[in-house]
Structures are given as structure tokens and as C-alpha cells.
Design a protein around this ligand. Structure first.
Ligand SMILES: [Fe+2]
Length: 260
């Protein structure tokens, strides 16, 4: 998930400064049981509600293996396939650091998991959101390229103090995007794929608006950090989203209006 700035006594400037060992052995028996509970519940809920490359990624990365995945095991499969590399972080990282990671095909995952009391509500993304929600799509060659490209655009935009433009693009694609597949409406974004409540809400609630996706509309549309999105952007296909994003350059992003 795109994450907000943390405060430290000495702000780090390189993405490498935010990386910590995952310390997989520190996950307790109950942590692993929480992962298993979340995984089983979410796979059952998603069924065919999610884009098919997501399900392919789950299988490929063997995420159905019981317990919290260890990052080395994920990287052993993911890195040779698409060049993406998972690293552990202790919590929230600033947007510019996050985009710098994406630009180098590095994806940060929390080194912690929610408790049983937090199954449906999270203040900060944990390893279930990060690993279950994000990593499967990074095993898809073209989506892997999209994520890197968003990182490059985000780096440039943050350097110009215009990071919000790319944050919105990221949010309406990688986190909360919907896309059509074989005529059906499917979840594309990790924030939806990993959420028990919002997966259903985004596709089926009458309270949510579903609008056709375009780059311009993504940059114009604000998002919510702390509630279900009031509107979702629906691409005509995953391939269309990928083509649109990859065709975007930094000059174009900077020229798009942020307001209606
Ligand atoms: Fe996320």
C-alpha cells in the first residue's frame, strides 16, 4: 500500500535505510494461524471476483502454503520470474521512498501481522495486505512493468513536490482498481483483493460509484485512506490499464489537472 510519512529523529534518505530483516522466526504460532485464517477466508470470498492473473500468482508463489510466508522463499520464485524483490519494513514508509523502491522493482512488506482483534480493520498495512494483496500481481510480467513505471513516475513527481498526482494514479490502479475480464467486473487492486469487507463492497454495493477508468480521471479523483472508497475506476481490461499507464510519461502526468 502507498504509505504515509513516518517521523524519525534522523530522516532516512535512501530506501535501503528503511529495510529490516523480516525475522520470520519471530512470528508466533498464533501469527501463523491468523495468516491461515485470513488466507482461507479471503480466497473463499474472492472466488472468481478477482482478475485471473492474481489467482495465477497465488498458485505460482505457493501462497496457500500454511503460515506467514518468508520473504526469501517468495523471492526465490518471484525474482527469477519478473525481477521483483520483496523486502521487509517495520511499518509506514514515505511516499518518495516507496516510489523509489518500486522504480527498482523492490516491494516493501510489513514485518508484522494483525491480531485476531484486528481481522477486519487495520491502521497500517500488515504483511497479509502486502504479501497476499500485492505480490501475486507482481508475478505477472506486464503488471510488473506497470508497477515499476508507476515508481519511476512517482519518484519524479515527488522530487517536484507533485507526488499526489502519481499517488492517485497508483491508488486507482494498483490499490483500488477494478477491471473487466471476459465481460465480468473483477478486482484488480491489492487493497480490494486483501480486504474482506471492501472486496464485496467495491463490486456489488449500490453505495459505490463505478466510473470508467482513464489516466486523466485517476489523477483528478481523490481517494480515502481510512474508509471504503466512494468511487472506483473500472478499466475495460487489465491489458488496457497496463498499456495506458506505460504510455504515460512524467511531463504528461505533471500537465494533468488535479481538479474536476
Ligand atoms: Fe497496498
Amino acid at each position: 500500500m502507498l504509505q504515509e510519512t513516518i517521523t524519525t529523529d534522523r530522516p532516512a534518505r535512501r530506501w535501503q535505510d528503511y529495510v529490516v530483516p523480516q525475522c520470520w522466526e519471530k512470528f508466533t504460532e498464533d501469527d501463523h494461524a491468523v495468516w491461515d485464517l485470513l488466507f482461507t477466508r479471503q480466497v473463499e470470498l474472492l472466488g472468481s471476483r478477482v482478475a485471473s492473473p492474481f489467482l495465477d500468482g497465488i498458485d505460482l508463489l505457493r501462497l496457500s502454503h500454511p503460515g506467514v510466508p518468508d520473504v526469501e522463499g517468495l523471492n526465490a520464485i518471484l525474482t527469477p520470474r519478473t525481477g521483483w524483490h520483496v523486502v521487509a519494513v517495520p511499518g509506514l514508509v514515505p511516499d518518495d521512498i516507496f516510489f523509489a523502491m518500486l522504480a527498482e522493482r523492490v516491494f516493501p512488506v510489513g514485518n508484522f501481522i494483525r491480531t485476531r482483534a484486528q481481522l477486519d480493520y487495520l491502521e497500517a498495512p500488515d504483511c497479509f495486505h502486502d504479501m497476499f494483496g500485492h505480490i501475486p500481481m507482481l508475478a505477472h510480467h506486464d503488471f510488473a512493468e506497470l508497477a515499476e513505471h508507476v515508481g519511476r513516475l512517482g519518484k519524479i513527481a515527488c522530487a517536484a513536490d507533485e507526488g499526489e498526482r502519481v499517488a492517485r494514479l497508483y491508488w486507482h490502479t494498483v490499490e483500488f482498481g477494478l477491471a473487466r475480464e471476459h465481460g465480468g467486473l473483477k478486482i484488480l487492486g491489492a487493497g480490494l483483493a486483501s480486504s474482506f469487507g471492501e472486496a464485496h463492497f467495491s463490486l456489488e454495493s449500490d453505495e459505490a460509484q463505478r466510473l470508467p477508468f482513464s489516466i486523466e480521471k485517476a489523477v483528478r479523483t481523490p481517494y480515502k485512506h481510512d474508509a471504503f472508497q466512494p468511487r472506483y475506476l473500472v478499466s475495460e481490461s487489465l491489458d488496457r490499464t497496463i498499456a495506458d499507464v506505460l504510455a504515460l510519461d512524467a511531463d504528461r502526468v505533471m500537465s494533468l489537472p488535479l481538479e474536476g
